[in-house]
Design a protein around this ligand. Structure first.
Ligand code: NAI
Ligand code: MG
Length: 357
């Protein structure tokens, strides 16, 4: 029996509500499989913690997190704390300090999930975005000069290193090789306007492509990608994008797969030097918080990604269970037209799993 140590950061708003269901499904999966166990330690970090202590996480928070096999995060952010403080103080700090240089975001439309595109179905929407996750536009390099003066200047510098960019490209090509897909990698760029950073990005992409000649490649500007996601999502298999571009196009991806209630992500340190962190793409949704109506499917899918990463197996039973739920149309939250609570959806997924495992 192997026990995995999981650090749990429920965070703010609906983060904690969906986390409860994610852990429920994880425990349910483990007890049905019989050969694995999860030991949790919960950390109360987030905006509420910030309002009490002036810090999003403890000073030695990273030291505390280091000893875990993985980190599960709900969501952080609340209206009374500026978003750049909550994001940089916790999420971006963990991503960068633990060198989680890959942000993996699957975009897959499950049968029964609502798709906003006319004439497109599950066979058309099944791709993965590999987003660079520790530098690029979100490296946090910059400054403000002459604040509040007429000559005020804001600088925000993108950082792209050869070492990291090569690793991201290599990861994306390998994923295109391993995935049972179209064996195609799309490079998301903007090298017409960003004449240093994105020209460099494209160069590393092309260099890496030489080592993976079995993979079909294409390079498309990010603005065009947003158009093609709508017009021909079936054209994509694996995409590689910088931090900012990946962030933006994956929200569009989330919409294609039925909304933020479905979008999951993993912040990976593939070498395992540090724990990887898994989180739904959605935020703390203050408008839904405390009502018990948040859709926990994104969190459940996130847990499935963590299982895939830790156990090196595809925990596909979880996706099958969610698909069955969608197809039956009962036990769905209001964002999917149902009347079920967050907790009822978690219970229903466990009920399905018990029949599948
Ligand atoms: P959001 O993702 O929290 O919510 C946007 C809308 O999407 C909600 O009003 C709701 O209608 C819907 N939604 C999101 N998750 C849902 C779920 N599980 N079930 C059903 N409906 C769902 O984004 P918003 O409102 O822009 O941001 C709220 C706060 O969350 C902000 O403070 C923001 O900074 C933070 N945030 C945190 C993220 C993170 O922790 N990774 C990611 C995105 C936003
Ligand atoms: Mg985002």
């Amino acid at each position: 029996m192997k026990t995995y140590k999981i650090a749990v950061i429920p965070g703010d708003g609906i983060g904690g509500e969906v986390m409860t269901e994610g852990i429920k499904v994880l425990d349910c999966y483990a007890s049905l499989k019989g050969n694995i166990k999860f030991a949790y330690e919960t950390f109360p970090w987030g905006c509420e913690y910030y309002l009490k202590t002036g810090k999003m996480m403890d000073d030695d928070g990273l030291e505390k997190l280091k000893k875990f096999d993985a980190i599960l995060l709900g969501a952080v952010g609340f209206p009374n704390v500026p978003d750049h403080i909550s994001l940089h103080g916790l999420l971006i700090n963990i991503r960068q300090s633990f060198n989680q240089y890959i942000n993996l975001r699957p975009v897959k439309l499950l049968p029964g999930a609502p798709c906003p595109l006319k004439g497109k179905g599950p066979q058309d929407i099944d791709f993965v975005v590999v987003r660079e996750n520790v530098e690029g536009e979100y490296s946090g390099v910059g400054g403000i000069r002459f604040p509040d003066k007429p000559e005020e200047i804001a600088l925000q510098t993108s950082v792209f290193t050869r070492k990291n960019t090569e690793k991201v490209m290599e990861y994306a090509f390998q994923l295109a090789e391993e995935r049972n897909g179209k064996r195609k990698l799309t490079n998301v760029t903007k090298s017409n306007a960003l004449n240093y950073s994105m020209v460099f990005w494209d160069k590393i992409f092309n260099e890496t492509a030489l080592k993976h000649q079995d993979i079909q490649t294409e390079t498309i500007h990010v603005d065009a990608i947003t158009m093609y996601f709508i017009q021909k999502p079936e054209a994509y298999d694996v995409l590689v994008a910088s931090n900012l571009f990946g962030d933006i196009i994956t929200d569009l991806g989330a919409a294609l797969q039925g909304g933020l209630g479905f979008a999951a992500s993993g912040n990976l340190n593939p070498e395992g030097e540090y724990p990887s962190m898994f989180e739904p793409v959605h935020g703390s949704a203050p408008v839904l918080a405390g009502k018990g109506v948040a859709n926990p499917i994104a969190m459940v899918w996130t847990v499935k990604m963590m299982l895939d990463f830790l156990l090196k197996v595809e925990a596909d039973e979880i996706i099958t269970a969610v698909t069955q739920l969608l197809q039956e149309g009962e036990s769905l939250t209001p964002d999917l037209g149902g009347t079920a609570t967050t907790q009822e959806v978690g219970d229903a997924i466990c009920g399905k799993l018990a029949k599948l495992i």
